[in-house]
Design a protein around this ligand. Structure first.
Ligand code: ADA
Length: 555
């Protein structure tokens, strides 16, 4: 399932058949081709649990004319071929990309997708890390039939006016043909319509701005997540020849002093860091598992989730829109020293991931903030310049949402003044024994002195580990469920009783597999700080968190 709703009424669009043939090309792979389901990660196949290499997926496609393939996510390098011809290449597991074939003869064609999850020198963002870089086609592959002129982008931004709501829409149209195109664009939302005549020269893509009043609407909020379909249509001689459909929510996010306001109401955020991963399904969890996570997080008293440390599946974001769970989404990078940030491809790959994230997830009303550069070198001149560049890019791509980055506990941060919301990751009583209150106060003072004064503060990570089923009746042994309860209680109480802190994201919702290179500091080769394990079995901490999150502010 790609999305929760139809994204086209006019354009013919379908998900490729689910069973593909997988062959591997490197040592440690399959001995013969296998039938596999797409989307999935190849680590869910028993022979490929630890395979790092190339996998070739093949599928037949009956089509003709111009075919636009949309690959929602391939982990983590991709090459797409149709009948042997290379159509597209892409880097990064967590965002989608297009592969276009023009003037295909009608009939059966062979689609071949090569996925590659090797940690080679060209990969700056996917490295052995405290989560797993899986292999395979991890999100749906969509095949669409398009004409010579088609819609490539729809960005709709709601804006509150004195007497209701207005939207500004940006719509891009691409002309693949040599001849100029004359036609019209139509935008419809909540029973209202706006239209514009257009003319696009051959071989060009043109961007149009349309805006319109929306009449009476129900605003989107976590308590009442009202969603509206928005449709863009391309007309030729009065006939609709192409369309894009998405959903929006009417809400504005603003930062005012130490508060984050959603339609004017201050947010007190209580939630989780959640990696996109579920037991042996890895990165490709089915919709039911995503929904179960939302139910569990809500049951725990959460109103928000952070998609550490990369963009998430649009299907998960749809579910958040639908259920009203607020989302901090961030582009892909975790824990880089300056050396790693100086990788020759680092900024290019991060810019690409950041751009694709905002472009592809722009509409989700649940996303209230953009983040990037989790725990990188914000304490050096070079590192700080990278932060500033990415904040600038995020603001340019989307001026309607605030930006932030989760910064390390160590002192010396140089970018507090550059973000809209100050976010800090702290691990008192887990990685050291300083009381949570003291660490928090020290960090807040540093942020205030470093230019973050009078800005909202979020504790973007805090937590402790426990191995599911490991017990210590005295509550003292680290990795026991009892000790995790003791530490979380102190941490959550310190954060939620602090008047200057507007939010907490616990590290973390569920246990996650980590790269083998991390095994010596991560028992079971898992990051075990989940409140539930990788199969969502609750640890003792579940009830502790639920009780504390159930109160509004603690004192
Ligand atoms: C960091 C990091 C997380 C995770 C966590 C931990 O704050 O951002 O990805 O590694 O620490 O478990 O130590």
């Amino acid at each position: 399932m790609e999305r929760l709703f139809d994204t086209h009424e006019i354009r013919k669009s379908r998900e490729c058949a689910p069973v593909w043939t997988l062959t591997t090309l490197d040592a440690g792979g399959l001995t013969a081709p296998e039938k596999v389901i797409v989307p999935s990660v190849w680590e869910s196949h028993p022979a490929l649990r630890r395979y790092r290499g190339r996998g070739v997926y093949e599928q037949k496609l009956v089509a003709g004319g111009n075919v636009r393939l949309w690959l929602g996510g391939v982990s983590f390098r991709a090459r797409v071929y149709l009948d042997g011809e290379l159509l597209a290449e892409h880097y990064g597991a967590y965002t989608g990309f297009e592969a276009l074939a023009q003037n295909l003869p009608e009939g059966e064609h062979t689609l071949r997708v090569e996925a590659d999850n090797r940690f080679d020198a060209d990969s700056a963002l996917h490295i052995p890390n405290d989560y797993y870089s899986y292999g395979g086609i991890n999100r749906p592959v969509i095949a669409e039939e398009i004409g010579n002129v088609y819609l490539t982008r729809l960005h709709v931004t709601p804006r509150k006016t004195d007497d209701g709501w207005r939207v500004n829409a940006q719509i891009s149209v691409r002309n693949l043909g040599d001849q100029p195109f004359h036609g019209a664009l139509q935008l419809s939302l909540n029973g209202k319509e706006a239209a514009e005549e257009i003319e696009i020269p051959g071989r060009e893509t043109t961007l149009y701005d349309l805006s319109m009043d929306c009449g009476q609407v129900t605003p989107w909020s976590p308590e009442s997540p009202a969603l509206y379909p928005v449709k863009a249509r391309l007309l030729e001689n009065g006939e609709a020849v192409d369309d894009l459909i998405d959903r929006i929510g009417f809400r504005e996010i603003r930062v005012e002093g130490k508060k984050i306001l959603l339609n004017g109401h201050p947010l007190l955020l209580k939630g989780f860091n959640r990696h996109e991963e579920y037991g042996s399904f890895g990165l490709s969890a089915p919709a039911e598992a995503m929904m179960q996570d939302l139910h569990l997080m809500r049951d725990l008293g959460a109103n928000c989730v952070r998609t550490c440390h990369y963009p998430n599946d649009p299907l998960f974001l749809d579910l958040c829109d639908e259920t009203g769970l607020l989302v901090w989404e961030e582009s892909h990078v975790r824990g880089f020293t300056e050396d790693r940030m100086r990788h020759p491809r680092f900024m290019e790959q991060l810019r690409q991931c950041t751009t694709e994230m905002v472009e592809q997830h722009y509409h989700h009303p649940a996303i209230f903030i953009w983040g990037s550069l989790n725990e990188c070198a914000d304490d050096t001149e070079y590192g700080a310049a990278c932060y500033r560049e990415i904040f600038g890019l995020l603001r340019e791509l989307d001026p309607s949402r605030p930006v932030t980055a989760a910064l390390l506990e160590r002192p010396g941060g140089k970018v507090y003044q550059d973000m809209d919301v100050v976010s800090i990751n702290i691990y008192p009583q887990w990685y050291h024994n300083t009381p949570a209150q003291d660490v928090l106060n020290r960090k807040l003072l540093e942020a205030a002195r470093g230019g973050g004064e009078n800005k909202p503060v979020i504790v973007s990570e805090i937590g402790a580990g426990a191995i599911y089923g490991c017990h210590d009746p005295f509550g003292e042994a680290k990795w026991s469920e009892e000790r995790q309860c003791v530490i979380l209680k102190e941490q959550i109480t310190a954060v939620l009783s602090h008047p200057d802190v507007m939010g907490i994201f616990l590290w973390q919702f569920a246990d996650v597999r980590v790269a083998e290179e991390w095994a010596m500091s991560r028992p079971r080769t898992y990051n075990n700080k989940g409140v539930v394990d990788e199969y969502r079995r609750p640890k003792m901490a579940y009830q502790v968190v639920k009780a504390l999150f159930g109160q509004s502010r603690l004192s």
